[in-house]
Ligand binder design. Structure first.
Ligand code: CA
Length: 547
């Protein structure tokens, strides 16, 4: 990187900018504009472009990120210690669908190779998932998965992986509390994720609160079951859910019993009989999954979840704008893109409600924010609990500044749908467009909830760096800075830091990411997290009490 002092100003009306140079800049460094630093400023941190007397509004992204607590001459370091954060935007009197959606011409002709499912969804991987009803069975399922991978998987070369859907829910919880619906539907909908091909098998303990029939009531997996039969009988190579299924076929599938291995069943004598039962069940599902083949599908079949983690001040300058550009490309191609993380959009709620496609969508977004405000208040916290020590070290003074950089991931399209935590896109009739899927910002919980929504590809931006990955779905990681991309050269998939250096534009990186998504979705390329098998745990969002 050039040693010439450089800063990036996000909006012409901003009175601060961030220092680009690796390692930051010393006091006395002078920018091309003539501005001289009065003190050392670390990389990614803000410098005052003009004199900011005490009480001045500090603007970044042309938004107030706080007021100065003391006089700051031009060239000063502006950080959280000298800023007073503005209060959260009220949820009253917000603009509802007031902003005309930009005209985004359709993007045609882009395809990938995916696994078509009976319900119309498309998988990017062909994975056997083993659903668990309760944490008690985790050790047994892990033991079984190891044996399935060693003894069965080699016989089914078209199956990518076997994954136990393990979690800490299922018992010792207030399962009838109103908010218990969130973890329960999350787990249900993850079991139906497009990457699992509708081959649902469950391992249950027997005495747990979350009984298999409660987790997956009859009829939940009917469509998948019908399709599995169609494929099995080779009646049709492709199953068109809109025309081919008859009511009677659906009914008979709805009556088909759920495939459950219950560890407390009298049939099991000794541990090995449990393992044998799980392996026998897995064998049937693996055989059906193995018969599936990738076929060419339009890019509109992508369901992309975007999120960030370990953010720094460059997140909102390089990686997130590139992801935002790519989000627009995906929406233009007819795909579905979800952005999430309530506490990271809360401070930009007025921008989002105005971008909603209808007043109803805007109201749904306000509903989710209000629910989350109440949830945080119950725990005596507010949205300021979001920022981490790493965020601050990376130059993000507070949640307002972080939110502005985070929202950029959503691009410019109208927001056409909203999901509550754990809900599925398909069950809400959403098959395209930009969607706000309300989730906590916690990387693992957000990823888990986006999987439940039906995500088949995940894009994750990071500035501080995280080796984050999921076993259930490929995760493409985008570094915000070249320094990180070089140090973590075998963990980061895309280097958006080139944008800050001027060697690539936001559009360049956005297109590169779009092409990489098609390659990864097709299985032609693996992400680094897949290469190393770096998998974070599923973490269910349980706002209800435990007992
Ligand atoms: Ca996150």
């Amino acid at each position: 990187m050039s040693t010439t002092p450089l800063f990036i100003k996000m909006h012409p009306l901003d009175n601060v900018a961030i220092v680009v140079n690796d390692g930051g800049l010393p006091a006395g460094a002078t920018f091309a504009s003539g501005l001289t630093l009065t003190q050392a400023v670390p990389q990614g941190h803000k410098v005052a472009l003009v004199d900011l007397p005490r009480g001045s509004v500090v603007r970044r992204y042309n938004v107030s990120i706080g007021e100065t607590l003391k006089d700051l001459p031009a060239g000063s370091w502006v950080n959280e210690a000298v800023l007073h954060m503005p209060p959260a935007r009220s949820l009253e009197a917000l603009p509802l669908a007031t902003q005309a959606a930009p005209v985004l011409p359709a993007l045609e002709g882009y395809t990938f190779e995916g696994y078509r499912n009976a319900d119309g969804s498309v998988g990017t991987r062909n994975i056997l998932a083993i659903t668990t009803t309760v944490q008690c069975v985790s050790g047994v399922v892990e033991f079984a998965v190891t044996r399935i991978k060693t003894e069965l998987l080699p016989r089914y070369p078209n199956v990518d992986d076997v994954v136990g859907l393990e979690h800490t829910y299922g018992c010792g919880v207030a399962i009838d509390a109103p908010d218990a619906i969130i973890p329960i539907r999350t787990l249900r909908n993850i079991s139906l994720n497009p990457n699992f091909g509708g081959e649902v098998m469950v391992v249950s303990l027997g005495c747990e609160k979350l009984q298999p029939e409660r987790l997956l009531p009859r009829g939940t997996i009917a469509i998948q079951a019908v399709a599995a039969r169609a494929i099995e009988s080779r009646a049709t190579a492709r199953f068109d859910v809109n025309s081919a299924q008859s009511d009677s076929a659906l009914e008979s599938a709805a009556e088909a019993p759920l495939d459950v291995v219950c560890l407390q069943s009298d049939n099991h004598v000794g541990f090995m009989s449990m393992i044998d039962s799980i392996m026998q069940s897995a064998d049937k599902h693996l055989a059906r999954l193995n018969a599936r083949r990738r076929e060419t599908v339009p890019a509109s079949a992508l369901v992309v979840g975007v999120q960030c983690g370990g953010s720094d001040a460059f997140s909102g300058v390089t990686a997130n704008p590139a992801v935002g550009f790519c989000t627009d490309l995906l929406v233009r191609a007819g795909a579905t893109v979800m952005f999430s993380e309530v506490t990271e959009v809360r401070d930009g709620i007025d921008q989002l409600t105005s971008r909603a496609s209808t007043p109803e969508v805007a109201q749904a977004m306000i509903r989710e924010m209000a629910w989350y405000d109440a949830y945080l208040a119950k725990g005596n916290a507010d949205r300021s609990a979001n920022t981490t020590p790493g965020n601050k070290k990376g130059g993000l003074s507070n949640i307002v500044e972080k939110a502005m950089g985070s929202i950029v991931k959503s691009g410019s399209a109208a927001i056409s749908g909203v999901l509550s935590p754990g809900e599925s896109l398909r069950q809400n009739g959403i098959s395209s467009g930009l969607v706000y899927a309300a989730t906590p910002a916690s990387d693992f919980i957000c990823g888990t909830l986006q999987l439940a929504a039906g995500m088949n590809l995940h894009v994750f931006t990071t500035g501080r760096g995280t080796p984050y990955g999921l076993a259930e779905c490929p995760v493409i990681k985008v570094a915000t800075r070249t320094d990180l991309a070089l140090r973590w050269h075998d963990l980061m998939d895309v280097n958006a830091g080139r944008i800050a250096e001027g060697s690539a534009s936001i559009e360049d990186v956005g297109w590169e990411l779009f092409q990489l998504m098609l390659d990864v979705a097709s299985g032609r390329k693996k992400t680094w997290a897949e290469h190393w098998k770096l998998h974070n745990a599923l973490v269910l969002f349980n706002p209800a009490p435990v007992t």
